[in-house]
Every structure is written in C-alpha cells, then in structure tokens.
Design a protein around this ligand. Structure first.
Ligand SMILES: C[S@@+](CC[C@H](N)C(=O)[O-])C[C@H]1O[C@@H](n2cnc3c(N)ncnc32)[C@H](O)[C@@H]1O
Length: 258
C-alpha cells in the first residue's frame, strides 16, 4: 500500500515483550522504541532483533533496506506508567496485548505527554474463541472447547483477563475521541499438540491450575475430547486445527487544549 512506503516518524511500543509486534512496525517508521517493564523480556527482544537481522542479512540480501530499519529498533526497560521517552517526541504509541496490565489513568497521562500534537495511540489485543478442524467449523468441537476448557477456566479469571474477555469495554482511558475497530480476525493453522501447548501458556489456564492443582487438567481433557470428535487414530502432533482470535483495536488522538 502507498502509505506503507512512507516512513512515519517515530513509534513507541509499550509492553513490547520480546518484540514480536514491535518488529512488525519497523518498516513503517524511522525510529521504533520498544518499552517493557521486564528486563528479561527486553533482553530477549534485543537478542531476537539481532538474530532476525543476521538471519535476513545472510539469506535475503534484497531485504537490506528492511534490515536497516530493523536495526533502528531500540528496546528499553521502563513502564507504561512512566514511559522513558521525552515529552512530545513520538507520533504514535502502540500497546499490543499488554494494556490490561497497565494503570489506565497513569498510562493515559503518559500517552498525552509523549505524543506530538495530533499524535495517536493504538491499543490492540485479541481474544481466543474457538478451535476448528483444519479450517473447517465443526460444531461439536467448538462446543467441546467452550464446555471443557473455557467454561472451566473462566471462573478463575483475574481482573486483567476480565478486561481481555470483555474486549477492553471496561478499559477506561482518559481520551475524548476513542474509536474501536473489531473487524479483524487472526486465524492460525497448527497441530492439535501446538494448540494444547498454547492453551497451557495462557494466563487463564495458569490461574485454573494454581487454584485446582489436583483437578483434571482442562487442556488435556479438551485434547482427549477433540481426538474423540475428530479422529481417534491420528496422533495429536499430526492433527491439524485452526485457532480463531477476534482482534480488537482501540484508537485515539492526542487531545490538544485550545
Ligand atoms: C502478553 S505480553 C505482550 C508482549 C508483546 N506486546 C506482544 O504482543 O507479543 C505483555 C507484556 O507487558 C509487559 N508489562 C506488564 N506490565 C507492564 C507495565 N506496567 N509497563 C510496561 N510493560 C508491562 C510484560 O512484561 C509483558 O512483556
């Protein structure tokens, strides 16, 4: 697209983690700064950026321009409540799957401070809703996922996950002109064993397991149910499934006092 060829100044990505989302911004901006409260995540972001750059450099010389942009990512330890960049220094603040961990008022004030006049904030997150068989909707499988995994784990959700489950409807950011976009969905193909690994990595699963160490594992129970529904013979690492994540995006522009 035309706009994607124009560098858009600077962007600060808050709660950047290991930089997965941050790196995707690099080709659109002159400067990209990833900020995360966890030193371990920032070290991992720096390591992955280096690996990425080296990998692309070695194998795809045609992407050298892109590599130059990748080198412009700076990752810093800092919080969304005290963003370590000067006032009015950035055109955009992004926050991917992290806003629910932040204090909304302090984060909102910091966004206002660091944005240039008319600068924007884009907060994005996704919610897990269903598991399909090889891209195909199987009613029984979707129902089993709700009953065996979601219904069992959801009662243990904390206030952070509640914000995600309700698609940030209750995230109160101090902006006058907030817009939402709920039109995107991520679909990811993988094997059932990877899907179970993903379920086990979710905060929701961890909360359930911590509260119920002796109860049957809902991820394993779903795996067994899925095999019964789909095919009892194929091993889980060869059973193709598709995860569906509805994406929700919240956009706002810096309020400039007249
Ligand atoms: C689910 S991860 C998202 C990582 C990344 N944005 C992505 O989409 O892959 C949430 C991140 O928010 C970070 N985080 C939590 N509280 C934070 C805070 N107050 N300020 C900045 N980062 C924070 C965590 O350390 C973690 O890396």
């Amino acid at each position: 697209m035309f706009y994607s060829k124009i560098p858009l100044g600077s962007v600060v990505d808050v709660g950047c983690g290991s930089g997965q989302f941050t790196r995707s911004l690099a080709k659109h901006f002159d400067d990209v700064i990833g900020v995360d409260i966890s030193e371990a995540q920032i070290s991992s972001a720096r390591r992955l950026q280096h690996l990425n750059t080296t990998y692309v450099n070695a194998f795809y010389k045609a992407l050298i321009a892109k590599i130059k942009r990748l080198k412009l990512i700076f990752s810093r330890v800092g919080s969304g409540e005290a963003i370590p960049v000067p006032a009015e220094s950035t055109a955009l603040v992004t926050c991917a799957t992290a806003a629910h961990y932040l204090d909304p008022n302090k984060f909102g004030s910091e966004i206002q401070r660091v944005l240039k006049p008319n600068g924007c904030v884009a907060i994005v997150c996704y919610e897990l809703v269903s598991c399909r068989y090889n891209g195909e909707k199987v009613e029984e499988l979707e129902q089993a996922f709700e009953e065996v995994f979601m219904d069992k784990t959801t009662p243990y959700m904390d206030s952070f996950y509640h914000l995600v489950r309700t698609k940030y409807a209750d995230l109160e950011l101090p902006f006058e002109n907030i817009e939402r976009d709920d039109s995107y969905t991520i679909e990811k193909d993988m094997m059932l064993s990877d899907f179970i690994g993903f379920l086990k990595s979710t905060a929701l699963y961890q909360l359930f397991i911590n509260a119920n160490p002796t109860k049957p594992d809902p991820a394993i129970q779903f795996q067994q149910r899925a095999r019964e529904i789909l095919d009892v013979i194929t091993p889980v690492h060869l059973l193709p499934v598709t995860m569906h994540f509805p994406v929700f995006l919240i956009l706002a522009r810096k309020t400039v006092s007249k």
